[in-house]
Design a protein. Sequence first.
Length: 360
Amino acid sequence: MLHNHNISTRFCQALLACTLLLGSYAEAADKLANVTILATGGTIAGSGANSTTTVGYTAATVGVDSLIKAVPELSKVAQVKGEQVFQIASENMSNEHWLTLAKRVNVLLAQPDVDGIVITHGTDTLEETAYFLDLVVKSKKPVVLVGAMRPGTALSADGPINLYNAVLLAANPDAVGKGVMVAMADQIHSARDVTKTNTSTPDSFKTTELGLMGYFQGNKPYFYRTSTRKHTADAEFDISKLDKLPQVDIVYGYANVSPVALNALVAAGAKGIIHAGVGDGSLAASVKTALIAARKQGVMIVRSSRVGQGIVARNGEANDDELDFVASDTLNPQKARILLMLALTKTNDSKAVQKMFYTY
Ligand code: DGL
């Protein structure tokens, strides 16, 4: 009798221990942040012919559920859900894709059961999508863009660890209020200042002079700086009722340049032109004449630079006050285009536009 009593006591103790353990797991799972992964394609969803194929692979072939399944560690850091928003190589990203994605992000972030969002994306235009979202997301919750420089089939593929880090970041309360971020190669970058600097190496994304935001180490993000510019919930742009954006194009400056491309873009209806000038946004004489003519037709002109770093000084290489042009500050041409598109949804006043380039 005593023997049976011991067995049943030990059984109850074991049952109680299991119940408590399951309860603690359930409680821990409840404590994990809810992160939604929005997949758009790119190399992180790419596949190659064999394990040494790191160029010449096919982007945008692997679905979001497979991306999540390939990183089972995600379940230890967040409660993850996946949505396949697009499945494209990011050189094909369009204004319409951006509006669809931004509206989905804002709907999700308005939900109390979503704590953060990760967007998997091709690296070719990742910096542009990140900056667009930095200006139109209406929440302080973390939004993290992530890509890969090698397809998942390659030796030392960088996608899985980049995705793990991105979810870590989106799930971390320290990431709240820091604007849209990019997680690549164990580094955290601000959407405004990061750019792709190498065609193929895993460390391609850099914020060269203004500095990255932080690092990932030992399953944790560490922050060292944040952007001084307005973003996300503090930004003035509202795309909720927009189904298209004003046409803004970029013309590139170089020795012996002619105004043919510029004139064609203006004739095709561009509402804004970003001039990616040489040096400090310098204008070749022939192009300057064509820009002045375009301005007179109401086209907004922004002087940026092909150089990639530094401030394009207002009234430096051109008399912007007299020509009624705008200087891009430190935004590279592809990001200046994004800010000008959104600016033109609110104003055609060049002084108001210039103020926006000093604000965002
Ligand atoms: N086609 C490029 C893109 O989707 C591949 C580059 C990448 O994703 O790393 O951006």
